[in-house]
Write a protein of this length. Sequence first.
Length: 295
Amino acid sequence: MSEKVVTRFAPSPTGFMHIGGVRTALFAWLWARKNNGTFILRIEDTDKNREVAGSIEHIMESLRWLELDWDYGPDKPGPWTHASCLQSDRLNLYKEYAQKLIDKGLAYPDPYTDKEREAFRKKAEIEKRPFLFREHRPAMFETWDGTKPLRFKVPEVKRYQWHDVVRGELSAGPEMLDDFILIKSDGYPTYNFAHIIDDLEMGVTHVMRGEEFIASQPKFLSLYDALEIPYPIFVTLPPIMGPDGKKKLSKRDGAKDLLEYRTDGYLPEAMRNFLALIGWNPGGDREFLPESELL
Ligand code: GLU
């Protein structure tokens, strides 16, 4: 591989880390270390209502316990123009990119009130069709003054095809494309927008994340295209399943805080090994792989 590998783990600080999330971090870390690359811990703190105090420290402590060290993180700014690994410190960067889209005619302020939007949604529901904001796109765009949500004008409504390292060839139709919000009326970007700009500025080569984002992939691709950003390599990790084998493991199934396992006396090597082998193994009946082999 000619390009230096850069991976990231990008949790939102909304509470403790459970094993599903940490497994994603483990794979992103392993891939970076195997390739002498860079591993970034980025905090996606753009939803202030969902933020739980102490989460960032808790996330760092969880990764430290498993000895998943990061090259850049909340405590180690990166060498980029916008150095902080906390999205809330990077708002100017998102505004710059929002302006680029406005200049290209590809972003506009949402002119509707909550009530009007709700009425559109209800109407679609009654008519049993998906609610698509782009069907209500205004004919003329107002100037954005930051008080209204800024929406992306999806440039081309088409079927998208893409490659996922784990899942193979994937595709999704126009119903998955919409004029989603880029910047909310509180000035914070949405996840859909911010992560793409950050991955670009941070030079992320492999986007390794959980399955819950796969349905949004066409939206992401339409934004990469609008900004003429080359796609990174997409690696969608399968989730750890709950006891019924149908839904992913959730806090409701009793998935507990990773650090509780430390309190219970589990060794970090055992936890790492468990996370690495749940859902994959190299064949045979070996139950322990040392770090050198995991890499
Ligand atoms: N902030 C997202 C989460 O907590 C990260 C998704 C991603 O890795 O792109 O799930």
